[in-house]
Design a protein around this ligand. Structure first.
Ligand SMILES: Cc1cc2nc3c(=O)[nH]c(=O)nc-3n(C[C@H](O)[C@H](O)[C@H](O)COP(=O)(O)O)c2cc1C
Length: 268
């Protein structure tokens, strides 16, 4: 990765969001995108997705079998030295959200509801799709990686860091996300095309339900597997935990390069 200035410190909402997540039984959230109808009018689209940690680290610690697969299949593990305030999810390139992002300036809104702590979090920003198959770096992939790299800081480096870490590779990190899924979940990337009528035969005989994938570079699954990285510009927490003092806190990114956020208490 090329040396460049990076946000010097974690966003102020990162620790409170992680704290709420740690008390929650669920790590799924609703992700909204914008689509266009036949009359070219914007229409909302939303779906449940699974939070997979702050890029570049898949949420849960890697299962020993995933680490074993990364080692035995000669992928290896990247040094655990970067962190960011960008939320990651995994998805299938054939699903609706991917072209919707391309058609709508990449805008998204994610909504978490944590009943255990009675808090709603809304995360607004742009989402970039990374993980083009076989490391083929077309213009979109290069641009997406460049935007994500801008938010990656070297852990613990402190103010004004110009982090460069030797030996950290994009391909390996995408494969680590793929490895963090169970073989059955990896197999879902070889399902027939999502959203097509069941009456329609899959495009080829390799696409079928209930497959198990052990090969981390399975060409069919990796053709479709992607990591979606959400770069927040505005985050809002609605805290209902004290009904007599409902709190709505807004954080807005005011200085992208410097990682500066403005915190404002709003009427709920
Ligand atoms: C609990 C739960 C978790 C899900 N997690 C994901 C996910 O992490 N990524 C994903 O692409 N779809 C996930 N899905 C499926 C999506 O809700 C949705 O059906 C799929 O992404 C296709 O949506 P799209 O065509 O609008 O992109 C999940 C569904 C459920 C019920």
């Amino acid at each position: 990765m090329t040396p460049q200035p990076r946000p010097p410190r974690p966003a102020p909402w990162r620790t409170p969001l992680l704290s709420n997540l740690s008390k929650s039984n669920s790590t799924s959230f609703s992700l909204g995108t914008v689509a266009y109808n036949a009359a070219n009018k914007p229409i909302p689209r939303s779906r449940t997705v699974e939070f997979r940690g702050f890029w570049p680290k898949p949420a849960s610690s890697l299962h020993p079998s995933a680490i074993e697969s990364l080692k035995t299949q000669n992928v290896g593990l990247n040094p655990d030295l970067y962190e960011s305030d960008f939320l990651s999810i995994t998805t299938d390139a054939r699903m609706g959200k991917v072209p919707q992002l391309a058609d709508s300036d990449d805008v998204v809104e994610g909504v978490f509801w944590f009943p255990e702590v009675e808090a709603q979090w809304r995360v607004r920003g742009r989402a970039y799709v990374v993980g083009a198959p076989g490391g083929v770096l077309d213009g979109d992939e290069v641009e997406a990686r460049g935007r994500v790299e801008k938010g990656m800081r070297v852990k613990g480096e402190g103010e004004g860091g110009f982090g460069v870490v030797q030996g950290w590779e994009w391909e390996r990190q995408i494969t680590t996300y793929f490895a963090s899924h169970t073989p059955v979940m990896r197999g879902s990337y070889k399902n027939p095309r999502p959203g097509r009528p069941r009456s329609e035969a899959p495009e080829n005989s390799e696409l079928k339900l209930n497959q198990k994938v052990e090969d981390l570079n399975d060409p069919v699954a990796r053709e479709n597997f992607r990591v979606l990285v959400i770069c927040p510009r505005e985050v809002e927490r609605l805290d209902f935990s004290n009904p007599e003092d409902v709190r709505r806190t807004n954080w807005t990114l005011v200085d992208e390069d410097g990682g500066g956020w403005k915190e404002t208490e709003l009427w709920p």
